[in-house]
Design a protein around this ligand. Structure first.
Ligand code: ADP
Ligand code: MG
Length: 296
């Protein structure tokens, strides 16, 4: 039975991975005063859809993802998964962060099995699931290694596999490839799209990398500088499976230009009104007149 036909046998009330955040706002209180991190944001991810959140640093991307993960409660609005309000973390949502967050004292396989153990899976189930997932990610030969013996790309593949082990409906990823070199990053993006297609789960992916968001996504939300709001929603009409060659296609390049324009405005806004030509020059930056004119 294929994954698609297996899914079609499932009854209508079964979880599907529909994320819906409505008019969500988050205010963090602190000694320095309140910070409005996110303001009146509505986003959704359809079951099986791959959606990215992109925007300048500090615009509230991680905060939004944390709401869906159940780590942060919104001050306003509501976020739901398959119609149920999200109030806490759960095994229906796998989370992958930029930091590898593997247990260094456990082997690769034990790391992958950990979530299954917590969920009460028996030893046979844990063993079979961990082995088949590690195989899928090309890591079976490393199952008895410890995280410190592996490269960054391998560690992050384990992080993804571990998040998938509990069969979540949703994968939430916060700049998962941000610490990797650019070559490894490209390979990881291809691996991720392959895994995602096989599992058919919904993905909400945070990044500040424009090419990455286009390569991976069905749809992209561009956020404004803080307080984060949705500035634009962009469809990515590129065929699947995505391949590295697609980054040379005119459609890809024109999306890069469109997103660059949108994000540059917000990055400048995020740097604050004090950013003037003089201040750029003051930092000893070589800024040609054309570039400066473009900026302001
Ligand atoms: N726990 C927190 N307490 C106080 N302020 C926070 C907290 N988490 C995030 N912030 C602030 O909220 C804003 C958005 O942060 P974040 O969601 O991490 O942005 P991004 O992921 O887009 O870089 C930032 O100004 C950040 O300093
Ligand atoms: Mg962040």
């Amino acid at each position: 039975m294929t994954a698609a036909s297996a899914k079609s046998c499932v009854d209508d009330d079964a979880p599907k991975g529909l994320i819906d955040a409505r008019n969500v706002g988050v205010i963090f209180g602190g000694n320095g005063g309140d910070v409005v991190a996110v303001q009146d944001v509505s986003i959704h991810v359809q079951p099986g859809e791959f959606v990215s959140l992109i925007g300048p640093s500090g615009c509230g991307k991680s905060t939004l993802l944390s709401i869906v993960a159940g780590f942060v409660r919104p001050t306003r609005g509501v976020a739901t998964l398959d119609g149920k309000p999200i109030t806490r973390p759960g095994s229906d949502r796998g989370v992958v962060f930029q930091q590898y967050s593997l247990f260094p004292w456990l082997t690769v396989r034990k790391n992958v099995e950990f979530g299954l153990k917590m969920a009460g899976a028996d030893i046979d189930k844990r063993d079979t699931t961990a082995r088949s997932l590690l195989d899928l990610a090309g890591l079976q030969a490393f199952e008895n290694h410890y995280p410190d013996q592996l490269s960054g790309g391998m560690k992050q593949r384990i992080g993804i596999v571990r998040a998938l082990a509990a069969s979540p409906q949703v994968l939430l990823m916060d700049e998962p490839f941000g610490a990797l070199d650019s070559q490894t990053r490209v390979v990881m993006q291809e691996i991720l799209t392959n895994i995602w297609q096989q599992f058919g789960i919904s993905v909400l992916f945070v990044t500040h990398d424009i090419e990455e968001s286009i390569f991976l996504s069905d749809r992209i939300y561009v956020m404004t500088a803080r307080p984060g709001r949705v500035k634009a929603e962009i469809d990515v009409p590129l065929p699947r499976p995505r391949t590295a060659e697609m980054t040379d296609m005119p459609e890809f390049i024109s999306l890069v230009h469109e997103l660059k324009g949108l994000i540059r405005e917000e990055s400048l806004a995020a740097m604050g009104p004090e950013l003037k030509h003089r201040s750029l020059a003051g930092f000893g930056m070589k800024v040609g007149p054309k570039t400066v004119r473009e900026l302001f």
